[in-house]
Design a binder for this molecule. Structure first.
Ligand code: SF4
Length: 301
């Protein structure tokens, strides 16, 4: 696999129309961007530039979320993810999770700041009654409080670690999601992120360390950090069905998109209404597609 080398001078819309595409195979994964880009934190590297004031993508109402879950069920979905923004800001998060857990394994991607004793207990109760498994992914970017809060905001580390402990005490072993923002020259120990987090989680008393490491994407507040885009020549001989957009769709208040990284961006919009209308090839027009191609990453657990 050679590194993509072309820089684009075209607008995003023209790029989307002329870029290579990924085929759509089947709906394995449904993402629900239930709080749009509304979040109580404002992390530097957030893929969709979420934050507390004036979210550029609104929250979904409960009716639309339930409609998407029902439609996905008829289309054979295998797993569902709740994301945002911060999903635990949604006033109906618990009943919506209950509905989702009736039809598929369900995960929530959270910064953990809203998970207190009562919420951890409520999630454990939901999980114990559910037909399918519930996973909670808590974002944390460094085992060191000060380094983490430098990019996630003051107090974020303590609240996330509290959530990890509370969930574990309730029998839900969270998946700690780490963005590689401090890898490479920024890694002071040289031990690697996975090992650092594994040691840290075991030191908290976790019976097992569940860690997911994600690359930094040139998206959201970091969109300008990379402008290279994929070409047909780059993808020659590459199996495009390995990209997550071949089996995933994201439902938002503004339509249906190819993947969580590009949700809300005009070039990635595939339908204004139903999921089934979005079952067509996704445009690989964005610099973030280069990261997917180079790293083979998926936003799934
Ligand atoms: S960012 Fe990745 S998952 Fe999203 S459309 Fe591009 S290649 Fe597909």
């Amino acid at each position: 696999m050679g590194p993509p080398s072309r820089r684009s001078a075209l607008t995003p819309d023209v790029e989307a129309a002329t870029a290579p595409t990924a085929p759509f195979l089947r709906l394995t994964t449904l993402w629900l961007q239930i709080t749009g880009t509304w979040c109580n934190l404002q992390c530097t590297h957030c893929i969709n530039a979420s934050g507390p004031t004036d979210p550029w993508l609104p929250s979904m109402d409960a009716r639309s979320i339930r409609h998407a879950i029902r439609e996905a069920e008829t289309l054979g979905v295998k797993e569902i993810y709740f994301t945002g923004g911060e999903p635990f800001l949604h006033p109906e998060i618990l009943p919506l999770l209950n509905d989702s857990l009736a039809i598929a394994p369900t995960s929530v991607l959270t910064n953990g700041t809203r998970i207190d004793v009562r919420m951890a207990a409520a999630l454990a109760h939901l999980a114990s009654e559910a037909a399918y498994s519930l996973d909670i992914r808590v974002s944390l970017d460094d085992v060191d409080e000060h380094r983490n809060d430098r990019i996630r905001g003051r107090g974020a580390w303590r609240k996330a670690v509290r959530a990890i402990r509370l969930l574990a005490e309730q029998g839900i072993l969270p998946i700690v999601t780490v963005t590689e923002i401090f890898s490479g020259p920024e890694d002071p120990t040289g031990t690697g992120m996975y090992q650092q987090f594994r040691d840290f989680l075991l030191s908290l008393g976790m019976e097992k360390a569940r860690v997911k490491i994600l690359p930094v994407f040139p998206a959201g507040r970091l969109a300008s950090t990379k402008t290279v885009r994929l070409t047909e020549a780059d993808l020659d001989g590459f199996d495009r069905s390995r990209l997550q957009c071949a089996e995933a769709r994201v439902v938002t208040a503004g339509g249906v998109y190819a993947c969580p990284i590009l949700a809300g961006l005009p070039g990635a919009k595939l339908s204004s209404g139903s999921l089934v209308e979005s079952f067509r090839p996704a445009s690989l027009y964005h610099p973030a597609c280069v990261t997917c191609y180079e790293t083979g990453m998926s936003c799934r657990n």
